[in-house]
Design a protein around this ligand. Structure first.
Ligand code: 4AD
Ligand code: MG
Length: 468
């Protein structure tokens, strides 16, 4: 292409006045036309919107136009002019077209005939080229930025916690082991067990299920920290809300009690949703119009409503009352058992009609580090429950009393040796503190209105699925 002008991104170009010569580069979404003229809709990923390219048919373009098919990558130099057609203010009258990469229409995996999310998951290497995944992935990136901005504005330190660890924070035994031992010839100790002293780290290690324990080390030195990184859980849950590899944001704050923790969690989520409404309007509007025309209403609803706060015990009473009034749940409701997502959604969607923060869960269904209440039965946990999602945040005030923490670790028969460093925070200058974890993909489910968590992460990792 005999031109020296610089490429303009379509997002910027659509905000420009007509009159100048421009260069755009992108992928063809559609091509249509008649004998005299062709219209190409071009997208470069900078926005959900396409720019329309108008090509006059002449001897030169006649030869090139058949090669410009859906999916092909081209560069176009031309004049930015006011558009006569509806739907766009400006369009480009092409003077010069370069084909970077052709796209065989017969073999291109993105065909009009099957655009179901199930099918697109099987071609996840190509689905970022669709409007929907473009919108979702731009939103994902924007929300990551919004999260960092939120904490930095408030003086939180971004702490990088390790992904390889020797401790199971949540104590649920759902860790992916990390090893360089030869699985065909595992060295054994005297008891016949694998001899991890011969392993890479000299001990048994796994991918982390949470950065919290190391986060607490940061908070009890720096005051307020947050982590934001990948998290791994080998739970065999084939649900629309579980991934084996997901991203979590974990703030941890010295001198926060559970009330401060709830206040932060509520403000945090509301700020993120507001950020999306204010800064990602085109993509959200697209998702709203295409799939779920109550999406924007739902997002605005959350920003403008006060979350309900009640205890687990009160929640159980409401659920039992619902059963007495004839409501049917698949799983039983009993004090002491964990709530199923049908229970969480009943409270949020049917009973209150807004987000709920549930606190003070039975200690036996929560992790060892949570602050124990005086009743001896419950802990100062807090879960934030959201419409259509269920649990979006899990957190708690932490047990800061050395004796109580040690007693709980012993009671649960956890490995003391691998936790001494954690217990040191309570030994040396212990302080009241709290924190929580927000599942990034669960947040994105809410903000995009997508139904399946596999559709809000570029390359999902789920049981029996680690493609790409
Ligand atoms: O409730 P969880 O297990 O809490 C923790 O990991 C604490 N250490 C957090 C803390 O207090 N710092 O997980 C927190 C959140 C859940 O509420 C959920 O949003 C998300 O992480 N999450 C998952 N998201 C996708 N796939 C999974 N398998 C998830 N498991 C948890
Ligand atoms: Mg939880």
């Amino acid at each position: 292409m005999a031109t020296e002008i610089r490429r303009t991104k379509i997002k910027d170009l659509l905000a420009m006045q007509a009159g100048s010569e421009v260069l755009v580069k992108g992928w063809v979404r559609t091509k249509r036309g008649n004998r005299e003229i062709a219209f190409i809709a071009l997208n470069d990923g900078s926005t959900i919107k396409n720019v329309q390219i108008v090509v006059d048919k002449n001897s030169e373009t006649e030869s090139i136009l058949p090669r410009i098919t859906t999916g092909a990558c081209i560069g176009v130099r031309g004049d930015l002019v006011e558009s006569l057609g509806s739907g766009q203010a400006v369009e480009i009258h092409a003077k010069d077209i370069e084909i970077f990469g052709e796209c065989d229409p017969m073999r291109y995996p993105l065909q009009k005939k099957d655009t179901s999310f199930e099918y697109l998951r099987t071609v996840a290497h190509m689905r970022p080229r669709t409007n929907t995944f473009g919108a979702v992935l731009r939103l994902r990136s924007q929300m990551a930025y919004a999260i960092h901005e939120y904490f930095h504005k408030r003086g939180f330190v971004y702490l990088h916690t390790p992904l390889i660890t020797a401790s199971d924070c949540e104590g649920a035994g759902q860790m992916f082991q990390v090893t360089t031992l030869d699985l065909n010839n595992v060295p054994k100790n005297k008891k016949g067990e694998p001899d991890y002293s011969k392993d890479f780290f000299g001990k048994q290690t796994s991918l982390t299920v949470s950065g919290q324990l190391e986060g607490e080390l940061g908070a009890t030195a720096l005051g307020e920290i947050y982590t934001f990184g990948p998290t791994f859980r080998a739970e065999n849950s084939n649900t629309p809300r579980h991934l084996a590899e997901f991203w979590m944001i974990e703030p941890e704050m010295a001198f926060y009690d559970i009330k401060d923790n709830m206040d932060l969690a509520e403000d945090f989520i509301k700020s993120l949703v507001r950020y999306a409404l204010d800064n990602c309007r085109d993509d959200i509007q697209f998702l709203n119009d295409r799939y779920d025309n109550t999406l924007i209403e739902r997002l605005e609803g959350v920003v403008n409503t006060e979350f309900v706060r009640l205890t687990y015990t009160e929640g159980i009473e409401i659920l039992k009352e619902a059963i007495a009034n004839g409501h049917k749940f698949e799983y039983p409701v009993d004090w002491g058992t964990d709530l199923q997502s049908e229970h969480e959604r009943f409270l949020v969607e049917e009973h209150f009609g807004k987000p709920v923060i549930l606190t003070d869960y039975p200690k036996d269904i929560k992790a060892f580090y949570m602050k124990q209440n005086e009743d001896g039965k419950t802990v100062r946990a807090m879960d934030v429950l959201f419409p259509k999602i269920g649990e979006i945040i899990g957190g708690s005030e932490r047990e800061s009393d050395l004796g109580k923490l040690e007693a709980r670790v012993n009671e649960l028969q956890m490995s003391r040796k691998s936790l001494e460093w954690y217990i040191d925070t309570r030994r040396f200058g212990s302080c009241p503190h709290s924190g929580f974890g927000l599942g990034f993909e669960r947040l994105l489910l809410f903000i995009t209105g997508m139904q399946n968590i596999r559709d809000v992460i570029p390359f999902p990792r789920t049981p029996k699925n680690a493609e790409y």
